[in-house]
Ligand binder design. Sequence first.
Ligand code: WT7
Length: 661
Amino acid sequence: MTAPTGAQPTTGTPTATDDVDARDTLSFPPPADFAAAAVAHDDLAEAAAADRLQFWADQARGLLDWRTPFTRTLDFDDAPFAKWFDDGTLNVAENCLDRHVRDGHGDRVAIHFEGEPGDTRTITYAELTADVERAANMLQDLGVGVGDRVVVYLPLIPEAVVTMLAVARIGAIHSVVFGGFSAESLRARIEDAGAKVVVTADGGWRKGSVAPLKPAVDEALEGEGTDSVEHVLVVRRGGNDIAWNDRDLWWHDAFAEADEHHEAQAFPAEQPLFILYTSGTTGKPKGIVHTSGGYLTQAAFTHRNVFDMHPESDVYWCTADIGWITGHSYVVYGPLANGVTQVLYEGTPDEPGPGRWWDLVDRYGVTVLYTAPTAVRSAMKAGRQIPDARDLSTLRLLGSVGEPINPEAWHWYRQVIGHDRTPVVDTWWQTETGGIMVSALPGITKLKPGAAQCPVPGILAEVVDDDGNRVGPGGSGYLTIAEPWPSMARGIWHDPDRFVETYWSRFPGRYFAGDGARLDGEGDIWLLGRVDDVMNVSGHRLSTAEIESALVEHDGVAEAAVVGADDPTTGQAIVAFVILTAAAADGVDRAATSEELRQFVGRRIGAIARPRQVVIVPELPKTRSGKIMRRLLRDAAEGRVVGDTTTLADGGIMAQITELM
Ligand code: WT7
């Protein structure tokens, strides 16, 4: 673990160091009209500070419908394994659907769906409820019961949302695997989760053509450890030809056969809702477990207050895929619990042209947009004439997530997309935290470009030094959470020890997030990037170890070291250094082998893990005790003068590597 160093965000175009103080105090007060109508008020923070547990209990009661009211707010006796509201019962799907229909909002649009080829569907709350009822029966007909796992490997289409909610409705557990992950990544997740059913599609639209999904499922199920799977439900989406097996069923057939009406049963607040796999510092992804009542409370609370949701008038759009936590909390659970109208778009931002996203904002009258800095930087690169040619005047609030947003991108986002008026909130959180933890509240907070700024009311986010002592304004160190929160992970699937070890042992009694952070003179939080071997590529988390193990599985590779290098668009980019086996090195065509290894990693893990560059080297920089000095490799990958090499076993190796690059 390396301590965070600079006061600069780790990504994006750096501002001159002597500008740091100026940036700390540059701020945008909330526009008066926005503040006057804002959902969040100062009394939230006051109430949370006065009695944190009472505050969360009030939120849980106010935002959700409980079948059995809870009397216990928090049980942390078995720390760090928390139970929230645990003697209460509720049905998550009913909270996202039926109750809005009951409250007279059945005709409100839940989802404006647009497929990449341009097909559209408008789905009201009444229709979505009906679809989920039928899908719940369909899953039960296939033998899915309480606590069973359903793996979801779908494009971003309405059936993905329907499946997640249907699983929730029957008290089963979903595990969504991003459609860009490979057959092997899918296999490993199916095995770890012990899935009974896999829901997939023939294919989905990406970059103007159909990307097949079903073949990866077939391949995964031929692999080891997947005997638990009894059925594969296949949505027809791409229209591409697919192979068919005995265990396969068309979604539309099974759906048509299922009963229309489904009585939702109540489940305990601590009923597991989903497992979502995320990369850690070792090779094996971790199955992060989230439960029902606390998770939904914080998803709904943050969605409402951070995004200033007025469900009767807003059109909200979060661009994340449901394969990531952002898609769980801020496409499915938060917005639907709040009864909001949202846009769901299947494809890529630049299909058929670079204006696609802004066409969607224009067409649906999007009021609140939530996306990642990498998308903002891509739009910047494409040029402001593209958004300028569309009517974006409905936008009134913009959000950012996934990595620190560099001030240049923040300003561009506000000026060009937000017509020089809208607040921009930078939200820090993680798969493990389940919901937003650090963010400005629009209408209240004076915004500082580049900073996530304030803990959400009811969240004790604190920066500590190496010894676990809180730092004061101007100090820097590690971001930690000092007290449990409702949407915190309840553990790692089947691996409680790893949960304790990874998050709760670095600073006893505190949750350690893995991020460096500093406090400015006013005590606002600035995130500084990861302090472990986790990379952040386009807002997606990848571990260096995972990519290194994929590389050494290739016959020609003897050893590999991977680093995340700063990249102007993706935040970080993957750069791999490999030593070939003697046989492979003999008369090697370097360019062809590098390309082959890039593709190999893409096939093993998924396209997002494909390195930007694979450098074939004669040796890696190692200390005399054999430890690889990744810091030096990062210097080389970022084109910097290589740091101190005096502790290396072979002092000349870095000169050779720099030469090779
Ligand atoms: C890691 C979590 C939470 C949804 C997206 C990623 C980084 C996330 C920010 C932000 C600085 C951020 C952190 C964190 N991160 N948002 N606003 N500012 N860093 O979820 O895959 O679980 O990754 O993403 O490093 O630890 P994830």
